[in-house]
Design a protein around this ligand. Sequence first.
Ligand code: ADP
Ligand code: X2W
Length: 369
Amino acid sequence: MSDDLTKEEEHELAAVKAATLIESLPWLKRFSGKTVVVKFGGNAMVNDDLKRAFAEDMVYLRYAGLHPVVVHGGGPQISAALKEQGIASEFRGGYRVTTTEAITVVRDVLAGEVNREIVDLVNEHGDGLAVGVFGDGGSLFTGEKKGVVVDGEHFDLGHVGDITHVDPSGVLAAIEAGRIPIVSSIAIDDAHPDQALNVNADAAAGALAIALGAAKLMMLTDVPGLYRNWPDRDSIIDLIAVDELRELLPSLESGMIPKMTACLDAVVGGVGGATIIDGRIPHSILLEVFTLRGAGTEVIPDPSRRTENQNTHAEVGRRVPESAADPGRHAATDHASTTPQTSTTPQTSTTPQTSTTHQTSTTQKGTEQ
Ligand SMILES: Nc1ncnc2c1ncn2[C@@H]1O[C@H](COP(=O)(O)OP(=O)(O)O)[C@@H](O)[C@H]1O
Ligand SMILES: CC(=O)N[C@@H](CCC(=O)OP(=O)(O)O)C(=O)O
């Protein structure tokens, strides 16, 4: 403890630390032995201190008895590589238009550079626990091409796809071996199995969380959470049930569209809860998992549709508004099971998403990140 502190201050500080530790007890009990999927976005990867804090968090979760699975993005890193090679890159409705020339770069950056970097980082703190898994290896992700409708106009996105099939056996084997899988968001194109598809990393994290029957999905990003009226900073949402999110979805912009769609699909698909977290705050994952208040915006199931896996929030009384925490209705289990879904189709979306045409967006992500 600091020499500058009085004895009384030292005792107070110790009491705060003890209170923080003991606050984590219900969450340790709740999540120990459970799988949590963490989406690590490219925007959260630009700072070395944050990357190190993220790696420490993954190792901490593992040693606390949870099974973290990382799905990473790499949007800014892909943009930089494409620019360096003089390949044009633009976004439509939150998705990168990916030409035949670009898909090779996308795969090289995600599976080569970014995946290896995260594996190395986690291994620095975690005694070799991390293992890299490529989405298009061992048929983890299979997908089909998708297009997007923006302002009523249909756009071809090239080698971009939705995941239609997840085979999580490789990831499950890694989890069972006590490892931390680090997964890149590339899929095999079902129509052309020798070709890769560029899959939005949020969508990949959501699909994997469903297939693993995860207790939680956490998405690290560069804002404190979801804003009802973006960019009005007073409109941050702490907790949102899927019905309300479904209504809000058409008003969202750019990168928030795939992110919130993935959260919605994950929770509808049986994942315990999905949270958007500010990745710019060091150790925000630990705050989300182990504190009563949590962090960011949490998406929860509608009360009448909760599964056993999804009772956690209401039971512990965390952030749940009265309307969403109707204890009389918790037992209802009218949809997805809590057991790992293996090779079934994970996209149980009730959002305005189809396999070929995605959510209409009123605005577009810029041509370069
Ligand atoms: N309603 C909203 N609430 C919060 N952020 C929003 C909203 N609508 C659009 N955004 C934008 O979405 C961005 C996050 O998406 P994205 O850039 O794809 O993140 P990441 O790279 O972390 O996946 C934010 O930085 C913000 O600019
Ligand atoms: C289709 C599509 O847009 N794919 C994304 C994949 C990477 C990603 O999602 O990275 P972030 O999570 O860092 O944004 C892209 O090419 O940028």
